[in-house]
Design a protein around this ligand. Structure first.
Ligand code: ACO
Length: 429
């Protein structure tokens, strides 16, 4: 296989190295294209063919349905690891030993307080505000209370910033939900595990002690692990590109949360459940909605189906589907929405429209059903996704800064007006 690619244009030949990843992925390195050709650039809206970086964090093969964090398969991690171990793995590159894990958790606990003034900011939002908007704003507001920028050449400072956000972010998530529900803002309990503590902060009733439920904690752990990273998706690319201007970690994360909010990305989990509820309210006629999804004059899309990269089953969807069955059975919940989801999936997998376009269920198709079974309000689903994605965003931001990547600044092909004389106001029609 050649390690060079040649581009011929206007009688000139330009040669570019072909680089290879550890999983044999190939890329034409066009860094020298513009200067060598005196102006030629490539254009690729939506970056369908463009690698923005080299990364050692997550490997995914969309054709084969493979997802690995730092070389470990998602199936094994979801079954055998907990979320904090996976966070450590993603960020620092190796699974922690028991001492490293203990210290990591202790350091996080040390930082889990939030400045009381932050409550004023939270209470400035109406209860009706979407939790993703609130979370993004609060994450950004954290900068004001932690203003010193991180010296990324100092491992110690970098570690401290990472631990701080891993500690404070779950508190903001819990407060966002409690504010919406009109519950008093709660803090965690250092005696609990990382995920247990998140659950406690979200759900503890003011008049009752918190009771642990291993089924719920296991399900949450699994969901958070499955969402923890997904290489250069929209929100992660946002985090990297904002961070590439040397904006701080919290500012970069806040931007990532906004990117995740959209219904074509993380917002799909909320959209899936709303779609399933609408189908149920409309009599459960899945065929009608399949027809709408295929009708090009109808903007309706089957939410939770299709993926930019997976042209096969999203491996996370397979794990979540099994988990949804187990969690509902364990909790003794009989949810008609799950039956509608299974019916839609079966029809879609047999329908030539979906088969030809390689549209399979994605991670969001079943996750909302579990969140609903765990008592998490629909509007909080994308917030839960953000909570899971936090270590991935941090890992990608850290990698980008440690690699000294240049500021992200794409080019364009201008298609507007050529130079024209200014028209005075009275001369304009
Ligand atoms: N329902 C119906 N048709 C669809 C769907 C869908 N969910 N998804 C894609 N298609 C069709 C498109 O209309 C298009 O058809 P055409 O070739 O006849 O024009 C073809 O499949 C390709 O679709 P694109 O939108 O070009 O694919 P792209 O890679 O740009 O988009 C995306 C991927 C955004 C995920 C898309 O499949 C979608 O909108 N899905 C629904 C939203 C969703 O579930 N998003 C979550 C993604 S996972 C995540 O972010 C965590």
């Amino acid at each position: 296989m050649s390690d060079k690619a040649i581009l011929e244009y206007n009688g000139e030949k330009y040669e570019f190295p072909v680089i290879k990843g550890t999983e044999e992925e190939l890329a034409i390195d066009i860094k020298s294209l513009r200067s060598a050709s005196k102006g030629l650039i490539t254009i690729d809206p939506g970056y369908k063919n463009t690698g923005s970086c080299e990364s050692a964090i997550t490997f995914l093969d969309g054709e084969k349905g493979i997802l690995r964090y730092r070389g470990y398969s998602i199936e094994e991690l979801a079954e055998k690891a907990d979320f904090l171990e996976v966070a450590y793995l993603l960020i620092f590159g190796e699974l922690p030993n028991s001492e490293q894990l203990k210290n990591f958790h202790e350091d996080i606990k040390e930082e889990s307080h939030i400045d009381e003034e932050m409550k004023k900011i939270l209470h400035g939002f109406p209860k009706s505000a979407h939790p993703m908007g609130v979370l993004s704003s609060l994450t950004s507001a954290l900068i004001a209370f932690n203003p010193s920028s991180v010296n990324v050449t100092s491992e110690k400072e970098m570690y401290h910033a990472i631990v701080r956000i891993l500690a404070k972010f779950p508190v903001l998530v819990a407060w966002t939900m409690r504010k919406k529900k009109g519950l008093p803002l709660d803090y965690g309990d250092d005696a609990l595990g990382y995920v247990e503590n998140i659950h406690k902060m979200m759900f503890k009733k003011p008049t009752q002690d918190y009771v642990k439920n291993p089924i719920i904690i296991d399900a949450l752990d699994k969901l958070l692990i499955l969402h923890a990273d997904h290489e250069q998706n929209c929100s992660t690319s946002t985090v990297r590109i904002v961070g590439s201007s040397h904006a701080g970690l919290f500012a970069s994360l806040s931007a990532g949360i906004s990117a995740l909010w959209g219904p074509l990305h993380g917002g799909a989990n909320q959209a899936v459940l709303e779609m399933l509820e609408a189908i149920e309210a409309d009599g459960g006629d899945t065929k009608k909605y399949m027809a709408k999804a295929k009708d090009k004059s109808d903007p309706f899309r089957l939410m939770g189906f299709g993926h930019r990269v997976y042209k096969n089953f999203d491996p996370r969807a397979k794990i979540i589907k099994v988990a949804a069955d187990e969690v509902l059975a364990d909790l003794g919940i009989n949810d008609p929405i799950l039956e509608i989801a299974k019916g839609l999936e079966k029809e879609a997998l047999e329908d030539p429209y979906f088969v030809d376009r390689k549209l399979y269920p994605n991670v969001d198709f079943y996750s909302g059903i579990i969140y609903r079974a765990l008592g998490i309000p629909t509007e909080m689903f994308t917030v839960m996704f953000a909570l899971g994605r936090l270590p991935g965003w941090i890992a990608q931001w850290r990698e980008m800064r440690l690699n000294g990547e240049p500021i992200g600044r794409p080019r364009q092909i201008y298609t507007g007006e050529n130079l024209r004389p200014f028209k005075k106001l009275d001369d304009r029609k």
